[in-house]
Design a protein around this ligand. Structure first.
Ligand code: SAM
Length: 231
């Protein structure tokens, strides 16, 4: 059976590129975005009752990871990126139908738009559906996952004086908790697990309209070097 799906909206997100997006939602509470609904879902009727809900599930397309040939096995970063497991045992972006799911906080509702936080989605992500989080059914106290039992260990993040000042200034301009966002995302240690970073090597990513650059003075610590307008 073939069935066509089409987006009910698109996410405007703080994450302008894939690198340094947390690997699951809620790891960076300061990661915010706006889901802009498209007609006819932008009408008030479609959102009636949603004000009673604190969190929602987003079903979405991994639009920057779509592939024509399905993979049966993948190498999850969580296992160091060198061990293969079945695709259905993972939350890999490489999936048969390219569908992702994230539970995120619903901060505010406006006509045709939802303000969300704790997101792990790229800017422009097509959203296929929204469902309310139902605590009694969705939270399973005795659930286990041997491959990902707990959130990954956080790495220490320190700032150069200049970078912290820049982050605060840009945060104020954007009306966003930018310094917190940078700290929460970098604490996830975005570099591939197989890479041992040298202090000379520079890393960077784009959040909102700024470029964040950092390095690893030692493998256990990140130092934010600068936060400048993106080119
Ligand atoms: N929580 C979702 C899930 O379990 O289906 C996503 C998990 S996936 C491991 C998270 C990663 O997907 C992020 O770190 C980011 O690099 C990537 N990502 C987010 N949005 C994407 C998009 N629209 N297209 C491709 N990759 C995306």
């Amino acid at each position: 059976m073939n069935h066509t799906v089409s987006p009910i909206g698109y996410l405007r997100s703080c994450f302008q590129e894939k690198f340094a997006i947390p690997r699951q939602p809620r790891l960076a509470p300061a990661a915010r975005g706006v889901l802009e609904l498209v007609p006819p879902f932008d009408q008030a009727h479609a959102l009636e009752g949603l004000e009673q809900v604190s969190h929602v599930w987003l079903l979405f397309l991994f639009h920057q990871a779509l592939e024509s040939q399905p993979r049966l096995r993948v190498r999850p970063p969580r296992l160091g990126g060198n061990q293969m497991v079945g695709v259905f045992a993972t939350r890999s972006t490489h999936r048969p139908n390219g569908i992702g799911q994230s539970v995120v906080k619903l901060d505010a509702i406006e006509p045709g738009r939802l303000w969300l936080s704790g997101i792990d989605l790229l800017d422009g992500t097509p959203i296929l559906d929204i469902k309310p989080y139902v605590p009694y059914a969705d939270a399973i106290a005795e659930a286990s996952n041997g491959m990902a039992a707990e959130a990954p260990d956080a790495i220490a993040v320190e700032w150069s004086e200049q970078a912290l000042q820049q982050a605060r200034q840009h945060g104020q301009r954007l009306g966003e908790p930018l310094a917190e966002l940078i700290e929460q995302c970098l604490a996830q240690d975005p570099r591939p697990a197989y890479q041992t970073p040298t202090p000379e090597r520079r890393y960077g990513t784009r959040l909102w309209d700024v470029e964040v650059r950092w390095h690893y003075p030692s493998p256990e610590c990140i130092r934010v070097l600068e936060v400048v307008p993106a080119a």
